[in-house]
Design a protein. Structure first.
Lengths: 330, 212
């Protein structure tokens, strides 16, 4: 054995840590999504416990009823098993959002679980955000979706799907005209009467229909849209914000800014709004990375996040007509 | 898990973890944010080391979240929250079909100078032998996992000092503490990291010897 001098030890430690490299970090959006999932799962667990308690009370009542039925020579049909939970509600906008399953109907609240086979319906002025198969799914007003184990059956209205960059999990949105599958990250599907529309603004979607398969890949400046109606199938370029995307941020679960850097908040807001974040110079980028947001943990919308960050960091933030979110020091 | 800290500080950590779990169960959103930012990145890295693809590691983290949220009421604080989460993560990795990371002794357990031994192994000249390259990558991941066993402010201080080359004054500024407090933190972090590496090397040597 040899005795090491502290300096040798420190030099060796420096070599070790340099060679080991930085620990990989999940990105902020991923961490945010996990936190939302955790909150939803905790809420779902509490709702489940309440249901179990109710079930036990009902079971106790049912046992008494069965006993009574046996006594009078009757035997009830066995109860159906509850469907498995496959999604959780992240946010409800407006009060008119319901989940109908097995003939029943309940009003949904954040944290509620959603089972396979449930039909979700949003009324006028309402919206819904769900955690489903690792993605965030949003329903616009006046939309009806049946949730399956591996697919969403869009019966009418509009759904938007957002998965974090790098995700590659199977998620299918089925429509009367065919199925949309994602190989990318931000897309929406609309069913309006006999017309079906799919649009992608980040990554790729595949549309599989009776006659074949079509892939649409968005680029950094333009979204792509596929329309299927009585005239056939048409592709067209589409802006990455506004138009059919306008409703998407209204149902966004929001982001808690406290403790985050201005840069994180700007990146999240830009992505939500379909904008490309561009710093005017290195100084503004460094400032945005250095400024940490303080204050309330209440989630804010992307538009609110831009206002708060501009004020807190003293940055000029402006959405440009070419789809860039320009950030500069005054 | 090796015991990287003294009994007193471990008791303190367990008490803190118990309180954090209770606050989360009561629906305290601040506690949830604290829990997620402190532990989920470590669970992610633990999974990533075993499945390689970030999307797969994300799948595993989500499964861990589901299981942890459902069973947080059963957490009694007998182990740290990190150890509890990693136990869940191991089960989810098994279900996911991830390959077991082979537990072999990466460095000798009777080595007096653990950092020197690690540095020598990591600094081996690059060659074309895939085994040698794989071993160095495995050792680098091993070091990063040991960092994850430290309290996060210890790991961060070591990374800032030795990974990014910051002075103690700069580290103090980043971590909102005085220069003297940063120096003291670095000294504790170095000692703690050495203990963690020593303990894990002994642990793995015992497993290797026992197995063969």
């Amino acid at each position: 054995m040899t005795t090491q001098q502290p300096n040798d030890d420190e030099a060796a430690l420096a070599e070790v840590l340099r060679a080991a490299g930085r620990r990989p970090k999940p990105d902020e959006a991923q961490l945010e999504r996990w936190q939302q999932q955790f909150a939803a799962e905790l809420g779902a667990g509490q709702a489940r416990q309440r249901r179990q308690l109710t079930s036990r009370l009902l079971a106790a009542g049912a046992a008494a009823a069965i006993l009574a039925a046996v006594v009078v020579g009757l035997w009830p049909e066995p109860a159906m098993r509850a469907p498995a939970d496959v999604a959780q509600v992240l946010r409800v906008v407006g009060g008119n959002v319901t989940d109908g399953a097995d003939g029943g109907r309940r009003t949904l609240r954040a944290g509620d679980p959603v089972g396979a086979g449930d039909r979700l319906t949003t009324g006028i002025g309402s919206g819904l955000a769900l955690a489903y198969r690792g993605a965030e799914v949003r329903l616009d007003a006046d939309t009806s979706v049946r949730v399956e184990l591996d697919a969403l059956q869009l019966e009418a209205g509009r759904v938007y799907v957002d998965t974090a960059p790098g995700e590659a999990r199977s998620l299918r949105v089925a429509t009367p005209a065919g199925d949309f599958r994602h190989a990318g990250t931000q897309f929406l599907v609309a069913v309006e009467g006999d017309r079906v529309m799919g649009a992608v603004r980040e990554g790729t979607i595949h549309f599989r229909h009776a006659d074949g398969d079509v892939a649409l890949t968005a680029d950094a400046t333009m979204a792509l849209q596929l329309t299927v109606d009585a005239d056939g199938l048409r592709e067209a370029a589409l802006p990455r914000q506004g138009g059919p995307w306008s409703w998407v941020t209204k149902t966004a679960p929001g982001m808690s800014l406290a403790g985050r850097s201005a840069d994180d908040a700007l990146r999240w807001a830009a992505r939500e709004l379909g904008l490309t974040l561009v710093y005017a110079d290195d100084g503004s980028a460094r400032l945005a990375e250095a400024v940490r947001m303080a204050g309330s943990r209440a989630p804010v919308s992307p538009e609110e996040a831009l206002q708060v960050v501009a004020q807190a960091a003293g940055l000029e933030v402006s959405a440009q007509p070419d789809g860039r979110l320009r950030v500069a020091t005054p | 898990m090796p015991e990287p800290v003294s009994t007193d500080s471990q008791a303190l950590e367990l008490a803190r973890d118990r309180a954090l779990a209770r606050r989360m169960q009561r629906g305290d959103t601040g506690a949830l944010a604290e829990f997620c930012s402190a532990y989920l990145p470590r669970v992610y890295r633990f999974a990533l080391h075993r499945v390689d693809q970030p999307a797969d590691a994300d799948d595993v983290v989500q499964a861990v979240i589901t299981s942890a949220a459902r069973h947080i009421g059963t957490y009694r604080g007998e182990a740290t929250l990190l150890a509890w989460l990693l136990a869940i993560c191991r089960r989810e990795l098994f279900r996911y079909g991830a390959a077991e990371v082979r537990r072999r002794a990466l460095i000798s357990s009777d080595q007096d100078d653990v950092f020197g031994a690690l540095a020598a192994r990591l600094a081996a000249p690059a060659d074309d032998e895939p085994d040698a390259v794989a071993q160095r990558l495995e050792l680098a991941a091993w070091v990063r996992e040991r960092l994850d066993e430290l309290p996060e402010h210890h790991a961060r201080a070591l990374e800032l000092k030795y990974g990014e080359g910051l002075s103690s004054r700069e580290i103090g500024s980043r971590l909102a503490m005085s220069d003297a407090a940063a120096q003291s933190l670095l000294a504790r972090a170095r000692r703690n990291f050495k203990e963690v590496c020593d303990a894990r090397a002994r642990d793995e040597a015992d497993v290797t010897n026992g197995a063969g």
